[in-house]
Design a protein around this ligand. Structure first.
Ligand code: SAH
Length: 226
């Protein structure tokens, strides 16, 4: 677990690095006013250089509270969504190993990696995964195993997990995902086809406990690799 991110791997135009700490602080101030969020998550979001996870042309908008395109028809999640999902995941016993389904830009992955000893993340679009792997390496994130594949059924080989975070929406979740949750573990996912809701499932000794956390707007979970 490292809280020191390299914010200037030399990939981006001069200037952004100089203003990004201030703009990150401002983004976090905005988020704090919108929802109750875990202070540990906010601390991490003050540090993770989100501008490196978006295309260079969009870097100036990286610290707005918006989702942005990342190519291949996918989007980087809105910062508030990342903060809320991570907050919901942290509530409960400590997380040792977390599975993220839908790596995308890797921004959520980097936030998790600063809070959890071991992160496994699966992405079905190989080109996106390759780009994200490079960015995570460049900023010094080392506790992430990035896998290319269809994560719709989870990744049982590396489980069980104390937390599972799904960052693409499915009409229904595979029961196999819940089997990969350790006892006390939490799964956070947007569920629904046209109308999505963010849901948290907690695995207890008596079964699954389900909560609705709010509305959600995610790209769809798709089958197969690409
Ligand atoms: N947390 C990411 C969200 C990216 S959008 C971010 O903030 O950047 C959701 C991602 O899920 C996309 O990259 C998409 O390709 C991926 N995805 C969709 N279905 C998937 C599946 N079955 N297995 C793995 N990844 C999937």
């Amino acid at each position: 677990m490292s809280h020191s991110f390299s914010t200037d791997p030399g990939r981006h135009a001069a200037g952004i690095g100089m203003t990004s700490q201030r703009t990150r602080d401002r983004l976090v101030e905005t988020l704090e006013q919108l929802a109750p969020l875990d202070a540990r998550v906010l601390d991490v979001m003050r540090q993770v250089p989100r501008h490196l996870f978006v295309e260079e042309a969009l870097a100036s908008r990286a610290y707005d509270n918006v989702s942005l395109p990342i190519g291949h028809g996918q989007t980087i999640s809105q910062p508030l969504t990342v903060a809320q999902m991570t907050t919901a995941l942290l509530q409960g016993p400590p997380l040792r190993r977390v599975l993220e389904i839908g790596t995308g830009s890797g921004y959520q992955t980097a936030v998790l990696a600063a809070l959890v000893p071991e992160v496994v993340s699966i992405e079905r679009i190989a080109a996106l995964a390759a780009r994200t792997r490079r960015i995570l390496r460049d900023i010094g994130v080392r506790n992430v195993a990035l896998v290319v594949g269809d994560g719709g059924q989870g990744l049982p080989d590396k489980g069980p997990y104390d937390g599972i975070l799904v960052t693409a929406a499915a009409a229904t979740l595979s029961p196999k995902l819940f089997e990969q949750l350790a006892e006390g573990g939490r799964l956070i996912a947007p569920v629904g086809a046209r109308e999505q809701a963010l849901r948290r499932f907690t695995r207890t000794a008596d079964g699954l406990h389900e909560e609705r956390l709010g509305d959600a707007h995610f790209v769809p979970l798709r089958r197969g690799r690409s």
